[in-house]
Design a protein around this ligand. Structure first.
Ligand code: SAH
Ligand code: SF4
Length: 411
């Protein structure tokens, strides 16, 4: 099986994808680019810069999609903007609500590719699981996304658009006048925000390998972290990688979010089998890169994800080896034990609950936090990549009907 290189040559639309009506979608663009476009459309440099700042605020901080609602922009200016620009959102193909509160959306790019996002509410936080690619090139053996052909990288607009769509659906844009609305960065790293928001955390753990789409993921997360944008603290954002070692330092330096690493095995033979990128970047290299990850500390630990596969990686010896490795590399780490979520055709089974508990106890007794992640949204196929598959089995008419119903429900 070919293992892709550091930079995957997958086609990505340009930052501005031409629309049939000739207008330009501003979603996903940074202030400077918006100013450039305004200048190219005829505004002088100073006006372009000012209008870009205003539009940026309305777009990312207030979630406004209609130029007419941008009340600090002159009334005569608004139609000028609307003739040339739009503020879009990813198209919703299907939205589902689990009995446990988990919500899942199947989305579609303008060129017809489907991808998904999941919102998981907990007692003290609400986490949005965001996709970075359509499919994935990495073929981890237990992962359903890995069985899909990679179609392409998502653009910054398609990535940040997921967060914006979630805020739309949850009705969580700041309201009222612009005065005093600048978000204060909240750095406590846990719990709902004081203003009672539901969406408090973001994990780049949806479809795709975010470090194979580094530039777009970085640009999107910058908009999410911008104080005048979505204003979410970097401490509330976690990027999960299967181990793209050469990009990890840049991730720390240029994005600065929390890091999660899909470890899943403690020796070369098993990791080579289940996470094939290990054949390219081995365990030692990976753990050394974790030890060097900028910003990692006891207060900001690296999360090691470990999917529990029956008789594959779940023995007492595996748990002890995991502890040994974490100690050997002096990693400020916590371990997330993920019960394997089966999908049709998967060749693995989930470890028994007793085995998972025992594994967790061994790691925990060594002084390392090792919670078992509760599976969420099973009734709506919330496992990675499964909504897309479930939707493909439905007829077009059925999907259209569901999408209409959901759009209506979202108001
Ligand atoms: N590509 C990145 C991020 C997306 S996958 C990565 O691999 O880290 C997010 C997490 O879900 C990873 O830890 C992945 O290993 C895990 N995962 C994938 N398929 C799973 C399944 N069927 N059951 C449980 N966890 C799974
Ligand atoms: Fe890709 Fe992550 Fe799935 Fe591996 S686990 S195939 S890297 S999405």
């Amino acid at each position: 099986m070919p293992i892709p290189g550091q930079i995957d040559p997958v086609p990505t639309p340009r930052d501005i994808t031409p629309r049939a009506d000739g207008r330009v979608d501003l979603l996903g663009l940074p202030r400077l680019r918006i100013a450039e476009l305004f200048a190219a459309a005829g505004l002088d440099a100073k006006a372009a810069k000012l209008r870009a700042k205003q539009v940026f605020h309305w777009l990312y901080h207030r979630g406004v999609t209609d130029f007419d609602a941008m009340t600090d922009i002159a009334k005569t200016m608004r139609p000028w903007l609307a003739e040339r620009f739009v503020i879009g959102r990813p198209e919703i193909v299907l939205a589902q609500h689990s009995t446990d509160g988990t919500r899942k959306w199947l989305l579609k790019t303008d060129d017809g590719h489907e991808y998904e996002m999941v919102f998981i509410p907990d007692a003290d936080r609400g986490t949005l699981c965001v996709s970075s690619q359509v499919g994935c090139t990495l073929n981890c053996r237990f992962c359903h996304t890995g069985t899909m052909r990679l179609v392409r990288n998502l653009t910054p607009g398609e990535i940040v658009g997921q967060v914006m769509l979630a805020r739309d659906a949850l009705g969580e844009w700041p309201k009222g006048s612009m005065a005093g609305l600048d978000e204060v960065e909240d750095e406590d790293g846990g719990g709902y925000t004081p203003d009672g928001r539901l969406l408090t955390n973001i994990v780049m753990m949806g479809m795709g390998e975010p470090l194979y789409n580094f530039d777009n993921v970085r640009d999107a997360l910058k908009l999410v972290m911008d104080g005048d944008g979505l204003a979410l603290s970097k401490r509330r954002i976690t990027l999960s990688t299967s181990g793209v070692v050469p990009m990890m330092a840049r991730c720390g330096a240029e994005i600065g979010v929390n890091l999660a690493v899909s470890l899943h095995a403690t020796n070369k033979a098993v990791r080579d089998e289940i996470v094939p990128i290990n054949r390219k970047y081995g365990l030692e290299e990976l753990l050394a890169a974790c030890a060097d990850y900028p910003g990692a500390s006891n207060a900001r630990r690296i999360t090691f994800e470990y999917v529990m596969l029956k008789d594959k990686n779940d023995s007492d010896a595996d748990a002890r080896e995991l502890v040994r490795l974490i100690k050997q590399y002096r990693l400020p780490a916590k371990v997330n034990l993920i019960p394997f979520n089966p999908w049709p055709g998967a060749i693995y089974e989930c470890s028994t609950p007793e085995r998972v508990r025992r594994f967790s106890d061994i790691v925990f007794e060594a002084g390392i936090s090792a919670p078992v992640r509760t599976p969420r949204g099973r009734d709506i196929d919330a496992a990675c990549g499964q909504l897309k598959t479930a939707a493909q089995k439905m007829s077009r008419a059925e999907l259209d009907r569901l999408a209409d119903e959901k759009q209506a429900a979202l108001g």
